[in-house]
Design a protein around this ligand. Structure first.
Ligand SMILES: C[S@@+](CC[C@H](N)C(=O)[O-])C[C@H]1O[C@@H](n2cnc3c(N)ncnc32)[C@H](O)[C@@H]1O
Length: 214
């Protein structure tokens, strides 16, 4: 059961039309942003990839396009409608698996993946569950593997434009406001991640953070 302070366990209408809603909310800019994000990631032909909270599979398709047909790809989610959508979207990649599994529960992967990716999911967990998720990723990645977190950046919400304050405080969950105050690099260093790289988008409100398992 997720935290009552979170909105990442999306359901119903929002789950059904998730990609369309994101495209509308970003005035059609989201696919362009995603293309940019996946071009920055160190995905090579044959990279093995773990996607935590894989949603509709839109991100999976971008990653699989770069990793190729034979890539080992596992997407984890808890919403069956999302999982079905992702399987349908990625049907050209028969080796891609989408599994119903909670990412904060112990995961059965060890030294298996070159890349772990989590997009707009981590902000919706209490700190004790973030610990469990990051520990799962640490275990699942090969040494030198890269963990990519695409989510809200760290910034001073009080000094942000009114529409950013409105979005985070009124439309997002309470945990999202805590996330923008979190020093994510320090958090990740506790689990053996280092050599960070980062890219920011949307006026520095969104960030892609790369962390290496050292
Ligand atoms: C905001 S959506 C993001 C989906 C996708 N990562 C993206 O960027 O398009 C959050 C996703 O995380 C999934 N999710 C929420 N809690 C989860 C959990 N505890 N374990 C696995 N997936 C979870 C939801 O079902 C949903 O698909």
């Amino acid at each position: 059961m997720g935290s009552p302070r979170s909105k990442v366990e999306i359901k119903g209408f929002e789950a059904k039309f998730y990609d369309q809603l994101l495209d509308i909310l970003t005035l059609g800019q989201y696919p362009r942003l995603l293309k940019k994000v996946f071009s920055l990631m160190d995905i090579k032909e044959g990279s093995s990839i773990l996607d935590l909270g894989s949603g509709t599979g839109r991100n999976a398709c971008y990653m699989l396009k770069r990793a190729g047909n034979d890539a080992h790809f596992v997407g984890l989610d808890i919403n069956e409608d999302m999982i079905k959508k992702a399987r349908r979207k990625c049907r050209d990649y028969p080796k891609a698996e989408f599994i119903n599994m909670r990412i904060e529960e112990p995961l059965p992967f060890e030294d298996e993946f070159d890349i772990a990716f989590i997009s707009f999911v981590l902000h919706g967990f209490e700190d004790y569950d973030k610990d469990k998720i990051v520990a799962n990723v640490q275990k699942a990645l090969k040494s030198g593997g890269k963990f990519y977190i695409f989510d809200y950046n760290e910034f001073d919400l009080d000094k942000s434009p009114f529409y950013v304050k409105f979005f985070i405080r009124k439309l997002e969950c309470p945990l999202a406001e805590e996330f923008v105050n979190l020093n994510l690099k320090d958090f990740l260093m506790r689990f053996g991640f280092d050599n960070f790289k980062e890219w920011t988008f949307a006026g520095k409100v969104i960030r892609l953070l790369e962390a290496e398992k050292v």
